[in-house]
Design a protein around this ligand. Structure first.
Ligand code: C2O
Ligand code: CU
Length: 463
């Protein structure tokens, strides 16, 4: 069900290869893919899990035999996973041991504005701030990442990224693969210099050609011949991904940004723009032990072909996991009372310092772009007004439904709860959401992080 001509910023990379040095020498499928560590709470009360994290610079081995300096949540690249539970609060005390101000955003979560990681609510170097996440929403695939004013793109690119898996009892009853068979795949690209140092150049969609999964380049992952659930996160700043098994077998998508879909969806590839998540189940029992299968990008994306490789071994025990035909019921869509339109554009005339715009304006922290009445249900028509530059659209605070894309019903992969929606040049989507959780100031922006850092961001106040 992949329709339309698919282009991505990386299509240019194929046309104009500037082989990045250290990257050119990295062998594929030579390092094992690590699974990010699950962070342990420092304390648990009857309704709250308390965590402590220190943001710090560490050296890590990305290119075999080289050390790369990265910015981290709590010393790992990507950061540790937080396992959260609907109805239980998570409180994280964050200490900034970096030499740059940071702001921690929990992407996809509905949280009070004081804990939302507003760009100006920074933690100065040496400072500490406590964030409270009420987790009053159902299961979801959340993402902790930096949001410091105009610095978010570089900070996230250098490593400030951690997965937060929010689960609930209804989800657990389904019997999907769990425990060691439920694995995050944090996929990103990077440009590395001769010494394996991370090179950040704003809006560089061409040279970020090394693919990392859970922080390692083109890794392999040993899997048993059984079902696995993978929480796939496109944590790139600019690149589209379309994970596809090289033998063209289908996998089963069970969830997206805001948690489970209503029904599983069997597909050979899910297209993910930056910030989007796909929760997928791959059944490796169809492969003989000893077989390897490469996860690559769907041909035609223009992206570097390979992502990682799965090496199948015999199953240790019987696989009792299942993918039921019904996963959840999404709340009925209330009748909207407000319609708005949002147009995303970026300077495309080749001027030296291009800016990003929402409805013709670049981000201004002193301007409230949209005032929303608490409790209202709104429909926003969001379009990409550019002719060559892809964008996408993220809102803080809410999970929305995508009602239509270019006037047509959406693909099943976009039919669940979403907080990022892709917009290729000229595309238009209609999204619907209800503002009934918190009041205050929240952002909406393009999630091609270099674009938001260039001003393609605006704010709404819920009153
Ligand atoms: Cu994932 Cu405002 O961001
Ligand atoms: Cu954009």
């Amino acid at each position: 069900a992949l329709t339309g001509t698919f282009t991505s910023p990386a299509a240019e990379a194929a046309a104009k290869p500037t082989p990045s040095t250290a990257a050119g020498s990295i062998p594929k499928f030579a390092v094992a893919m690590p699974v990010p560590e699950v962070l342990r709470p420092v304390r648990r009360s009857w309704n709250t899990d308390y965590y402590r994290m220190t943001m710090r610079t560490v050296s890590t081995e990305i290119v075999p035999g080289h050390q790369t300096e990265v910015l981290t949540y709590d010393g790992s690249f990507p950061g540790p996973t937080i396992m959260a539970e609907s109805g239980r609060r998570v409180v994280v005390e964050q200490t900034n041991a970096l030499d740059t101000p940071v702001s921690v955003h929990l992407h996809g979560a509905s949280v009070p504005t004081s804990s939302d990681g507003y760009p100006m609510n920074v933690i100065e170097p040496g400072g500490t701030r406590t964030y409270t996440y009420p987790n009053v929403q159902p299961n979801a695939n959340l993402w902790m990442h930096d949001h410091a004013h105009m610095e978010e793109a570089e900070h996230v690119y250098r490593g400030m990224s951690s997965m937060v898996v929010l689960s609930d009892a209804a989800e657990r009853k389904l019997g999907l693969p769990s425990g060691e068979y439920d694995v995050p795949l944090v996929i990103r690209d990077v440009d590395l210099d001769d010494n394996a140092g991370i090179v950040f150049t704003m809006d560089d969609s061409v040279n970020r050609t090394t693919i990392l999964v859970n922080g390692k380049p083109w890794p392999y992952f040993t899997v048993e011949a059984r079902k696995y659930r993978f929480r796939v996160l496109n944590s790139t700043n600019l690149r589209w991904l379309a994970p596809f098994l090289a033998d063209a077998s289908s996998y089963t998508m069970v969830g997206s940004d805001g948690g489970l879909l209503e029904a599983p969806y069997s597909t050979p590839a899910v297209v993910l723009s930056p910030g989007e998540r796909a929760d997928i189940v791959i059944d490796f029992s169809t492969y003989a032990p000893g077989t390897s299968v490469v996860l690559q990008n769907l041909a035609g994306t223009g992206d570097p072909a390979e992502i990682m490789r799965f090496d199948v071994v015999a199953a240790k025990t019987e696989d009792h996991s299942r993918v039921p035909a019904a996963l959840r019921t999404l709340p009925a869509l209330p009748t909207p009372t407000v319609q708005r339109s949002v147009v995303l554009t970026m300077d495309e005339d080749g001027r030296p310092n291009p800016m990003g715009y929402i409805n013709g304006k670049t981000f201004d922290m002193n301007r409230i772009d949209t005032t929303v009445r608490f409790g209202d249900t709104e429909v926003w028509t969001v379009s990409n007004g550019n002719v060559t530059t892809p964008h996408n659209f993220h809102m803080h605070l809410v999970q929305y439904r995508v009602l239509e894309r270019n006037g047509k019903p959406v693909d099943p992969s976009e039919a669940g709860l979403k907080d990022v929606v892709a917009l290729l040049p000229g595309e238009e989507v209609k999204i619907q959401m209800t503002f009934d959780s918190y009041r205050g100031l929240y952002l909406y922006h393009c999630h091609l992080m270099d674009h938001s850092a260039m001003g393609m961001m605006a704010q709404m106040e819920i009153v």
